[in-house]
Design a protein around this ligand. Structure first.
Ligand SMILES: NC(=O)c1ccc[n+]([C@@H]2O[C@H](COP(=O)([O-])OP(=O)(O)OC[C@H]3O[C@@H](n4cnc5c(N)ncnc54)[C@H](OP(=O)(O)O)[C@@H]3O)[C@@H](O)[C@H]2O)c1
Length: 258
C-alpha cells in the first residue's frame, strides 16, 4: 500500500495508456472522472469535476502526486486553477500537467486556455512539471481520413503537423509523474513534420487507395493562418521526439479503406 497517485483524465485516450504504466511501476492509482466506474486491483475511481471543482478535495486526500490529464474544448484554465489550489491545500508534493505544443503562440481558444492552465499550475505553490505534447496520431487520423476521401484535396498552405504516438506520450508522462518536479520540460512531438499533402498521401498508400492529383490550394485567413504558416504549432529543434512514424501508426492500426 502506497500513497495513491491521482490521475485526472485517467479514463481518456492518453490517461488509459498511462495508468497501466504507473501500476507496473508499483503505484496505486486513483482516477478522477465525471462518471462512476468499477475499480480494479490497485486502481480506485472517484467521481469529480475539475471545472466545477466538485469532488476535488476528497479525490486529493492522501495523494502525493497528481497527473492532470483531464481536458476538453473549454475550461482547462479554470480546471487547472481549481486543481492547483486544491492540491496545495491537500499538501501534494508534485503536480504534472499535460499541455499542447505552441500553447503560448497559437491564437486559438484551446491553446490560450492551455497556456493559462500552465500559468495556474506554475503559480499554484505546488512543485510542478509541464509537458507540452504535439497532436496524437489518433487525433490527426479522422481529419486526414476525411480529407483523403475527397476527390479534390483542399490544401491549406503552410499547415503542418508532427503527429506523435499516444503510447510514447503516455510513457513520457509516466516517467515524469514518477520523477521529481522538473518545471517546463522539452516539448514532445512525433519524429517527422508533415504537411497535409504528405499526411494524405501516406494515408492513401497505407489504405491501398489510389493517389489523386486534384489539389485545391486554400489560404487560411487572419492571425490563425499566419501562425500556422509560421509553424507556431510546431515543437522546434529542442524537442524530444517519439519514434513511431505516421506510416507505421497507419500500418499497425489497419487504416480503414478510403
Ligand atoms: N489528444 C491529443 O492529440 C493531445 C495533444 C496534446 C495535449 N492533449 C491534452 O491531453 C489531455 C488528454 O487528452 P486525451 O486525448 O486523452 O483526451 P480525451 O480522450 O478526450 O479524454 C479526456 C479526459 O478528460 C476527462 N475530463 C474531461 N472533462 C473533465 C472534467 N470537467 N472533470 C473531470 N474529468 C474530465 C475525461 O473523463 P470522463 O469523461 O471519464 O469524465 C477523460 O478522461 C487533454 O488535456 C488534452 O488537451 C491532447
Amino acid at each position: 500500500m502506497n500513497a495513491p497517485l491521482l490521475v485526472t483524465g485517467g479514463t481518456g485516450n492518453i490517461g488509459s495508456r498511462v495508468v497501466p504504466r504507473l501500476r507496473e511501476a508499483g503505484r496505486d492509482v486513483r482516477i478522477l472522472s465525471r462518471h462512476a466506474r468499477p475499480d480494479a486491483p490497485g486502481i480506485h475511481h472517484v467521481v469529480g469535476n475539475t471545472v466545477s471543482g466538485d469532488g476535488l478535495a476528497a479525490a486529493l486526500d492522501g495523494v502525493d502526486v497528481v497527473l492532470h490529464l483531464a481536458g476538453g474544448a473549454k475550461g482547462d484554465d479554470i480546471a487547472a486553477e481549481k486543481l492547483g489550489a486544491a492540491a496545495r491545500e491537500a499538501g501534494v508534493r508534485h503536480l504534472v500537467l499535460i499541455s499542447v505544443v505552441g500553447a503560448d503562440r497559437m491564437p486559438i481558444g484551446y491553446f490560450r486556455s492551455k497556456a493559462a492552465a500552465e500559468e495556474a499550475i506554475a503559480g499554484s505553490g505546488v512543485p510542478w512539471t509541464v509537458l507540452r505534447a504535439a497532436q496524437l496520431h489518433d487525433f490527426v487520423f479522422p481529419v486526414v481520413r476525411s480529407l483523403a476521401r475527397m476527390p479534390i484535396l483542399p490544401i491549406p498552405g503552410g499547415l503542418r503537423f508532427e503527429p506523435v504516438d499516444g503510447d510514447e506520450v503516455a510513457a513520457r508522462l509516466s516517467e515524469l509523474a514518477l520523477g521529481a518536479p522538473a518545471g517546463r520540460v522539452p516539448d514532445f512531438a512525433g519524429p517527422e513534420v508533415l504537411d497535409v499533402t504528405q499526411l494524405v498521401a501516406v494515408f492513401r498508400a497505407a489504405s491501398g487507395a489510389p493517389q489523386r492529383r486534384g489539389h485545391l490550394p486554400i489560404r487560411l485567413p487572419g492571425g490563425i493562418g499566419r501562425a500556422y504558416r509560421a509553424g507556431e504549432n510546431l515543437a522546434g529543434t529542442d524537442a524530444d521526439r517519439g519514434h513511431r512514424t505516421w506510416a507505421r501508426f497507419l500500418d499497425q492500426s489497419q487504416a480503414a479503406p478510403v
